[in-house]
Design a protein around this ligand. Structure first.
Ligand SMILES: Cc1cc2nc3c(=O)[nH]c(=O)nc-3n(C[C@H](O)[C@H](O)[C@H](O)COP(=O)(O)O)c2cc1C
Length: 209
């Protein structure tokens, strides 16, 4: 078995290290983060760091890279307090990935990458019309991390999805949505139907449902 130590990681070439460490969490969700600047200019960026922080109140986290250089998503969501998360179907992976390119501030990734901004129910941040599931979030708090990244904590205010992808027990059929997941910083995966289990109880080995 190959053994990689922290010292090895530190000594690796930058891109090699970045590729390796980005793969360590395993598969990650694929979301497009939609925001609007105070002048109305829209912005869209792919993020793989969305995570569940709690259900009541419904909180989701997002990690933004160090804000030592201009981060348009961060600037916009700080200014308006609002942003959207839009699931990325595998069929839209190439367009979603393109949003990570270093576009000039005056260029909207919606236009440049082939997505349509749509505003819903007075919420100030744009959703992605092509995305099957859109979430409207309000920034609750931001927690600085020692490496310069920032954990953005948002309250879920709106969810839009096809009725057919919501099961009677509240679980989401993400496979039916066509959602992709991400590994590393460069790979988008289609997802197979899951093996599902009930609530795990001591003494009751789980059986696939
Ligand atoms: C697969 C993938 C996942 C990414 N995930 C994140 C992320 O979780 N957080 C982040 O700050 N940037 C992430 N990025 C980088 C942003 O997409 C990229 O910096 C983008 O240009 C930010 O745009 P902005 O300056 O308009 O906010 C990711 C890029 C790729 C390709």
């Amino acid at each position: 078995m190959r053994h990689i130590t922290a010292a090895d990681i530190h000594a690796f070439e930058r891109i090699y290290r970045l590729n390796l460490v980005n793969g360590l969490p395993g598969f990650k969700p694929a979301n497009l983060v939609g925001t609007a600047a105070p002048d109305g200019a829209t912005n869209l960026a792919v993020f793989s760091s969305a995570l569940h922080l709690g259900s009541d109140p419904p909180l989701l986290g997002l990690v933004t890279r160090p804000t030592t250089v201009p981060r348009h998503t961060y600037q916009n969501l700080k200014a308006s307090g609002c942003y959207t998360l839009n699931h990325v179907p595998a069929a839209l992976a190439a367009r979603a990935h393109y949003t990570s390119a270093d576009f000039a501030p005056e260029v909207s990734e919606f236009d440049a990458c082939g997505f349509t901004p749509v505003y819903r129910d007075g919420f100030p941040a744009p959703y992605v019309a092509e995305s099957p599931l859109g979430i409207g979030l309000r920034l609750l708090e931001e927690l600085p991390i020692s490496n310069g990244t920032v954990l953005l904590v948002g309250t879920v205010e709106h969810v839009y999805l096809p009725e057919t992808s919501l099961r009677p027990d509240g679980t989401l059929d993400l496979v039916a949505l066509g959602d992709a997941c991400i590994s590393g910083l460069d790979a988008y995966h289609e997802v197979l139907p899951p093996v599902r289990f009930g609530y795990a109880r001591v003494g009751q080995p789980p059986v696939a449902q």
